[in-house]
Design a protein around this ligand. Structure first.
Ligand SMILES: *[C@@H]1O[C@H](CO)[C@@H](O)[C@H](O)[C@H]1NC(C)=O
Ligand SMILES: *[C@@H]1O[C@H](CO)[C@@H](O)[C@H](O)[C@H]1NC(C)=O
Ligand SMILES: *[C@@H]1O[C@H](CO)[C@@H](O)[C@H](O)[C@H]1NC(C)=O
Ligand SMILES: *[C@H]1O[C@H](CO)[C@@H](O)[C@H](O)[C@H]1NC(C)=O
Length: 264
């Protein structure tokens, strides 16, 4: 009798442990990414890219980006940065307004003038020139592991017109770079791995542009971050689209991960 009672207890304990183990990954992977920095400068040029806080510093940010928060912490901290576009992704609101979206992000509405969304408690605005390299950083949020596809980050760049953001359709015609999502440094904490990609600023007339960071996690599931960037100096020629192809630095490579499964 004692034997069977003990045996039952062992079975029950094992079931509980299995239950705990199998439910843990689901809670751990529930996280999505955003652009943490728009103009990352590495301490060391050349060699391996070091995206960690110790490997460089950020000199340009997305709109109303709060300073002083730990890298990768903004999904649980206030404000949450990840904004998932709702409805048809081709016509969805390109930048979070803190009201709309499948996941409502923080307020990345265009300020008037755009520079008002920068400085003080927010990160500074990106100032760059044609031909310069911009390096954008993001946290992996558990989506850069071996069993995940190497998804793509799009960088879309459009001129602000009439004091308004371009539409997602206009942005779609102006993709200037495709960056592999899994370009990350190692870290035992898969949520906080530091990732990023670099591209050259294409030929554009001087002015303020909307740079959209746009990442597709699952088919049709897009997350965006928006930054105003000032492009100045370095010529005033509007380049034809064919010139832009050579500026695409990172080409998307399909990972060896499982396909067709939704990730969360
Ligand atoms: C980044 O740089 C820091 C400081 O030099 C170093 O400790 C760290 O190992 C580097 N990380 C990578 C992934 O290169
Ligand atoms: C790299 O830059 C960061 C930020 O400025 C600094 O904290 C870090 O100590 C630097 N690391 C090295 C190895 O110079
Ligand atoms: C740049 O070119 C545009 C279009 O040709 C023109 O309207 C603008 O005045 C120019 N800006 C400067 C700073 O030359
Ligand atoms: C960005 O623009 C390119 C065309 O240049 C387009 O193929 C791509 O779908 C756009 N990305 C989005 C969805 O904004």
């Amino acid at each position: 009798m004692i034997f069977s009672t003990t045996y039952t207890t062992i079975l029950a304990t094992t079931a509980l442990v299995l239950l705990t183990l199998s439910s843990t990954p689901n809670t751990v992977v529930e996280a999505h990414s955003w652009a943490d920095c728009i103009d990352w400068k590495f301490n060391k040029s050349g060699g391996k890219q070091n995206w960690t806080d110790k490997g460089g510093r950020c000199t340009g940010y997305a709109r109303r980006f709060p300073l002083g928060k730990a890298f990768g912490s903004l999904d649980s901290a206030d404000p949450s940065r990840h904004y998932q576009q709702a409805g048809n992704p081709n016509t969805a609101l390109p930048c979070s307004d803190h009201k709309h979206g499948k996941d409502v992000g923080s307020d990345e509405t265009r300020a008037n003038p755009p520079s008002k969304a920068y400085g003080g408690k927010y990160g500074r605005m990106t100032v760059t020139t044609v031909g310069d390299t911009l390096c954008v950083r993001w946290p992996a949020k558990n989506h850069a592991e071996k069993n995940e596809d190497n998804t793509v980050v799009q960088i879309n760049l459009s001129k602000n017109k009439d004091g308004k953001d371009p539409t997602q359709q206009q942005l779609l015609k102006n993709t200037i770079a495709l960056l592999p999502y899994k370009n990350c440094n190692p870290n035992s904490n898969s949520d906080r791995r530091a990732c990023g990609g670099c591209f050259k600023v294409p030929v554009r007339a001087q002015g303020t542009y909307l740079l959209q960071w746009r990442w597709m996690l699952n088919k049709g599931e897009w997350y965006t971050s928006c930054a105003d960037i000032q492009i100045g100096g370095g010529g005033n020629v509007s380049g034809p689209v064919s010139n832009l192809v050579s500026t695409i630095v990172g080409k998307s490579k399909k990972g060896k991960g499982k396909k067709g499964k939704g990730r969360h």
